[in-house]
Write a new protein. Structure first.
Length: 524
């Protein structure tokens, strides 16, 4: 809830009046009140405009000429036909009317629509009292005395008869390209658009118009399009908590740094901006099954759907980078790792520090546990066991080409086994040395969970249903087919504990984060 709002304006009066001259049309003076100007958004007497600029704490009627808010309903209306105006003495009050004489804006609009919908647009200047936009690009010479041109226009569909997505897209770009508003407020620009068109709109918002744009969106594709563009960009994540909003600001230099990381750029991690929090897993199969288990638990408990993003980072080695990236944009984050995430001290330290912890507080327990695990007797697997696993990895078709996935799986099967790998494959924490070492292990796992690093107690994803066999995506599909996500209570409890750490409870439900982005061609 906004409890206070202040507006400031700066600059010389002469500059403001010069802008009014460019942005509006002057109409004949009225007795006693002087000259009046008309523009898209409203009209004002020059004397009144001067008073607002020099002596008022707000802009009053002048604000309607400076600021435009564009919501979904407004965008749809802007693409419809409007009354035509005199090209010489007319007073255009609609964006489409300004295209009548602004051929460059029309050209840029047509090019932008072509990129998104594979068809340009053209203003029909032969429509008499009405002014419409048509889809297409006539090949004939655009003259009202050219029968071929008129015939082509007749067969071109009108924009106002198209679907909501196209009309919304065009209506918004009309404001950006054909009006002089210095500030445009854009609400939910993704409405009615398919994902590729939403991303293209984001690119156009970044590239077109000289305005400062404030964009409120819940759509990742719009954000990705904005990031692809050349504009200076500031991202503000608004997270509602009860009756108040919490804002996190990500500046241009931070965005550029994150956007250079291919893992962040192409993995979908940025989707976390639009969720209450994110749970980062090692692989895609982990994210799939844990997400399914949480959904099943919520359905069985008749609770609302989760507002958490389950995502992956391509292996435990990428966990620190993924966690740090999400925390940098103020997305609450938890991580799930297999038991052997504890094997490598350096990696574990990086994960702990990415989560905001101090590894020194964990080091004594880690060293004691690592020494106990290293001393564990690890029997080598039998040739029969290895052969069975390799045959399963190779599949039933002896003529098929060996895939990269099969190669990696065989390499894993034949890798030497140490205590960590043995415990991961043989039951997880319960397979670690008993007695004091077991107590240390459980304490370390519990303390890491307080930091939101959740070590899989059963060792690895496959440990939730070892009888199914398989590995990675193959196991995840078998588990879903067998409805492990619905029937395994321990799996559900594990995932719900992770969700609870991110505030996912019935009492904590809210409307979800909103993203606001400000884009400008000013790259100061």
């Amino acid at each position: 809830m906004i409890v206070d709002l202040e507006a400031e304006h700066s600059g010389e009066l002469a500059d403001m009046l010069a802008w009014l001259t460019r942005a509006t049309v002057r109409v004949p003076p009225e007795p006693g009140v002087g000259d009046r100007v008309v523009g898209v958004g409203g009209n004002i007497h020059l004397q009144t405009a001067e008073q607002f600029w020099l002596h008022s704490e707000n802009l009053g009627d002048l604000g309607r000429l400076l600021i435009r808010r564009i919501d979904a309903e407004t965008r749809l209306a802007l693409a419809s036909a409007v009354q035509s105006v005199d090209a010489v003495r007319g007073q255009p009050t609609e964006p489409l009317q300004r295209l009548l004489t602004d051929h460059e804006a029309e050209r840029r609009l047509s090019a932008a629509v072509e990129r998104a919908f594979h068809s340009g647009v053209i203003v029909n200047r032969t429509g008499g009292a009405s002014l419409h936009l048509h889809l297409g690009s006539p090949t004939a010479d655009a003259r009202v005395d050219n029968p071929e041109y008129l015939q082509q226009l007749e067969h071109m569909p009108m924009v106002e008869e198209q679907g909501d997505g196209m009309r919304s897209f065009i209506g918004l770009l009309l404001v950006l390209l054909a009006t002089p508003f210095p500030l445009v407020l854009i609400d939910e620009p993704e409405a009615f658009l398919h994902p590729p068109q939403a991303r293209e709109l984001g690119r156009q918002l970044a590239a077109l118009g000289d305005q400062q744009k404030v964009i409120a969106t819940h759509d990742l594709d719009v954000l990705l399009g904005l990031l692809d563009g050349p504009a200076s960009l500031t991202v503000i994540r608004l997270d509602r908590d009860g009756a108040s909003n919490k804002a996190a600001v990500l500046e241009q230099e931070d965005i550029s740094e994150l956007w250079r990381d291919p893992t962040l750029r192409y993995s979908g991690l940025l989707e976390g901006l639009f969720h209450r929090g994110a749970i980062v897993c090692e692989g895609e199969a982990d994210a799939l099954l844990y997400n399914a288990a949480l959904d099943a638990a919520r359905v069985q408990a008749t609770q609302p759907s989760s507002d958490l993003l389950f995502t992956h980072c391509g292996g435990k080695g990428r966990l620190p980078a993924a966690i740090a990236a999400l925390r940098k944009v103020d997305v609450p984050v938890a991580a799930i790792g297999d038991l052997d995430v504890l094997r490598d001290r350096t990696l574990l330290q990086r994960i702990v520090e990415a989560l905001g912890g101090d590894f020194a507080q964990f080091e004594d327990d880690w060293r004691e546990l690592a020494a106990a695990v290293d001393a564990m007797p690890v029997p080598a697997p039998t040739v029969r066991d290895v052969l069975e696993q390799i045959e399963q990895a190779l599949g039933d078709d002896p003529t098929a080409r060996l895939s990269e996935q099969q190669t990696r799986r065989i390499r894993t099967i034949t890798a030497s086994t140490d205590g960590w790998r043995g415990a991961r494959k043989s039951g997880g924490v319960s397979a670690l040395p008993r007695g004091h070492s077991s107590e240390v292990a459980r304490r370390l796992v519990a303390r890491l969970a307080e930091l939101r690093l959740y070590v899989v107690a059963v060792g690895e994803l496959e440990g939730w249903a070892p009888e199914l066999g398989g590995h990675g995506p193959g196991f995840a599909q078998r588990a879903l087919d067998a409805e492990v996500h619905r029937d395994n209570v321990e799996l559900q409890r594990f995932v719900e504990s992770v969700a609870a750490a991110l505030g996912e409870s019935v009492e904590a439900r809210h409307n979800g984060p909103t993203l606001s982005a400000t884009a400008s061609d000013d790259t100061r």
